[in-house]
Design a protein around this ligand. Structure first.
Ligand code: CA
Length: 244
């Protein structure tokens, strides 16, 4: 299925709010509208699915505790199929939920109760990051990177190992790997790896993505040779990269 987002370049950014508590849903949507966004309220996962058939939003705000679905499944689906921004907004503040949400590709995670202005700031940060990445992809004619017998296809997010093994990376992992492969053998700080100039609230997300990439690329992920940690500075991708 092909879901290219259709939106006028100058139009307001469209955000779907998946939240089963009507008061919170109204509060979130109302805050977004107040700050110039278009917001669509979805009281359950079925309503979200119906809206997604009409239009792919720029970002979805997803509550994890839903009457008709596990919010984690929704996050996974949004990331894998649509690649739109995802902000988890939930009453569940467990570290394991946070890590799992970010592993599944959510861009950020907020725990209720929330401060409306902070929500808006995080939404803006995610949208900026996504737009920058889209711009970066358009500036890059190269499609496939080869390094040390590996191949990464930027369009399909697939990674092929020298032994023939193949993975489909999450959108977040693919963005991070692309940053590494565009600038090999250079130290990249965490902000560069997120593709965002602003200080990211996603520090934990950076670690999660790094470790997921290492598990695929490194023969010994505990002792990485390819994605190296440069203490106090960032990370460095060691190796020759050829884009074709
Ligand atoms: Ca709920």
């Amino acid at each position: 299925m092909n879901h290219d987002p259709i939106r006028p370049p100058e139009g307001p950014r469209c955000i779907y709010v998946l939240e089963d508590d009507p008061a919170i849903c109204r509060l979130v949507a109302g805050t977004l509208v107040e700050f110039g966004f278009e917001a669509v309220e979805c009281p359950n996962a079925a309503a979200l699915r119906r809206q997604l058939l009409l239009r792919v939003p720029d970002l979805c705000i997803v509550d994890l505790g839903l009457p008709d679905a596990d919010g984690m499944d929704v996050v996974r689906d949004l990331q894998a199929r649509l690649g739109c921004g995802v902000l988890i907004l939930t009453g569940r503040g467990y570290v394991s939920d946070r890590v799992m949400g970010l592993e599944l590709g959510a861009d950020d995670y907020m725990v209720k109760p929330f401060e409306p202005r902070e929500l808006v700031a995080r939404v803006r940060s995610i949208l900026r990051r996504h737009e920058k990445m889209q711009g970066a992809h358009q500036d890059t004619p190269a499609q496939t990177a080869e390094f040390g017998g590996w191949r990464f296809h930027g369009q399909s997010n697939t990674l092929h190992a020298p032994d023939g093994q193949e993975w489909t990376l999450s959108a977040g992992e693919a963005r991070m790997l692309t940053q590494f492969l565009l600038r090999p053998n250079r130290i990249l700080d965490r902000e560069q790896l997120c593709g965002d100039r602003d200080l990211s609230p996603l520090d934990r997300g950076v670690d999660v993505r790094i470790s997921r990439l290492r598990r695929k690329l490194e023969s010994d992920p505990q002792n990485p040779k390819t994605i190296r940690t440069v203490y106090g500075a960032g990370y460095l991708f060691a190796g020759e990269v050829r884009w074709t």
